[in-house]
Design a protein around this ligand. Structure first.
Ligand SMILES: Nc1nc2c(ncn2[C@@H]2O[C@H](COP(=O)(O)OP(=O)(O)OP(=O)(O)O)[C@@H](O)[C@H]2O)c(=O)[nH]1
Ligand SMILES: [Mg+2]
Length: 281
C-alpha cells in the first residue's frame, strides 16, 4: 500500500474542534484494510469520477469487475481516523439489471453491502436522475445524494432546494461542484456520519404500486421473506423482483446469499466482489 502524505483541509473554518476541520488523507492504490466501503453510483456523466478523484487523488487502482469486461476504479482515503475504500460503480440510469453495467451496480449495492452509497446526480437534470436515486433507496438505507454540478445549475438560474429534497427523500443531500472541490468537505462529513451511524437515514420507499392485486401479492411475499430472513433490509424490493421473475434474486434465495445479507454477514461472494480483478498485462 502506498500512503500519500498530501492532505487536503476539509474546511477553511478556523474552528479546530469543528468536525468539518478533519483532514482528508488520500490513501494509495491496493488498499487492503479498511473500516468502511463507499460505493459511488449515478447516471452516466454526472461527475462520479470527478468526485472519486476529489476524494482519492489521482492514484487509483483500475481493473475490471470480476468476470466482466467493465472497468472499475477503486481507491482509498482516511477521514476522522477511519479508512474508507471507495468503489466507482458503472454509470447507469436504472438498477433493473437489464445490462451488464446495471447488474454490476445493483449487485454491488445489494450483495456488497457498502456502508454508504453516494448517488451522484446532475442538478441540472434532477428529474431524470431521481429515477436511479429512488431505485437505490429501495435497496439500501445507507445512502447520500451528492447533488453535483450546482455551478452549472446556477449558470442556468436553477436553484435546487436541497433541504426540501433531503426531507422528501429521507437521506442527506449535499450540493457539490466537484470539479471545483466545492461541497466535497461537506460530502465527506455526511458520508462518514452515515457510514458510522451518526446519521440515521429513513429513505422514502413507495408503499403502493397503485395496483391492489400486486400490492396484496407484495405484502404476502415480503411478509414471508421477512419471516425467512429476519433483518432483511429490503423485503418489499426483493418481493417485487421475485414477482418480476428476477432469476438472480431467486438464485440468491436458493443459495443462501440473501440469508447472509439478512444476518449482516459478508459472504465469500461479497469478499470477491470487493476485490478488484487484475487486468492482464
Ligand atoms: N461544471 C462542472 N463540471 C463538472 C462537475 N463535475 C464533473 N464535471 C465535468 O463533467 C464531465 C463528466 O464528469 P465525470 O466525472 O467523467 O463523470 P462520470 O459520472 O464519471 O461519467 P461516466 O463515468 O462517463 O459515467 C467532465 O467533463 C467533468 O469535468 C461540476 O461539479 N461542475
Ligand atoms: Mg466515470
Amino acid at each position: 500500500m502506498t500512503l500519500r502524505t498530501d492532505t487536503l483541509h476539509a474546511s477553511g473554518s478556523a474552528c479546530a474542534t469543528c468536525p468539518m476541520n478533519q483532514h482528508l488523507e488520500r490513501l494509495g492504490v491496493k488498499m487492503t484494510n479498511w473500516d468502511y466501503v463507499v460505493a459511488l453510483a449515478g447516471n452516466p456523466n454526472t461527475g462520479k469520477s470527478t468526485v472519486f478523484n476529489a476524494l482519492t487523488g489521482l492514484r487509483q487502482h483500475t481493473g475490471n469487475w470480476p468476470g466482466k469486461t467493465v472497468a472499475r476504479a477503486e481507491g482509498g482515503f482516511q477521514y476522522g481516523n477511519k479508512r474508507y475504500k471507495l468503489v466507482d460503480l458503472p454509470g447507469t440510469y436504472s438498477l433493473l439489471a437489464a445490462s451488464v453495467d446495471e447488474e454490476i451496480a445493483r449487485d454491488f449495492i445489494l450483495f456488497g453491502q457498502p456502508d454508504v452509497t453516494a448517488i451522484v446526480v446532475d442538478a441540472t437534470r434532477l428529474e431524470r436522475n431521481l429515477n436511479l436515486v429512488l431505485q437505490v433507496l429501495e435497496i439500501t438505507n445507507k445512502a447520500v445524494v451528492c447533488l453535483n454540478l450546482v455551478d452549472e445549475a446556477r449558470r442556468h438560474k436553477l436553484i435546487v432546494d436541497h433541504r426540501r429534497l433531503a426531507r422528501d427523500l429521507g437521506v442527506p443531500v449535499v450540493p457539490t461542484a466537484a470539479r471545483q472541490n466545492e461541497g466535497i468537505p461537506e460530502l465527506l462529513q455526511v458520508m462518514s456520519e452515515v457510514a458510522t451511524g451518526v446519521i440515521e437515514t429513513r429513505p422514502r420507499r413507495l408503499r403502493s404500486t397503485a395496483n391492489p392485486a400486486l400490492d396484496a401479492a407484495v405484502n404476502t411475499l415480503s411478509g414471508q421473506l421477512e419471516a425467512a430472513f429476519p433483518g432483511l433490509p429490503n423485503a418489499r424490493w426483493v418481493a417485487l423482483r421475485l414477482l418480476d421473475g428476477d432469476q438472480q434474486i431467486e438464485r440468491a434465495i436458493r443459495d443462501g446469499s440473501l440469508g447472509d445479507l439478512s444476518r449482516g454477514d459478508k459472504t465469500q461472494a461479497v469478499s470477491e466482489r470487493l476485490t478488484i480483478a487484475e487486468v492482464p498485462a
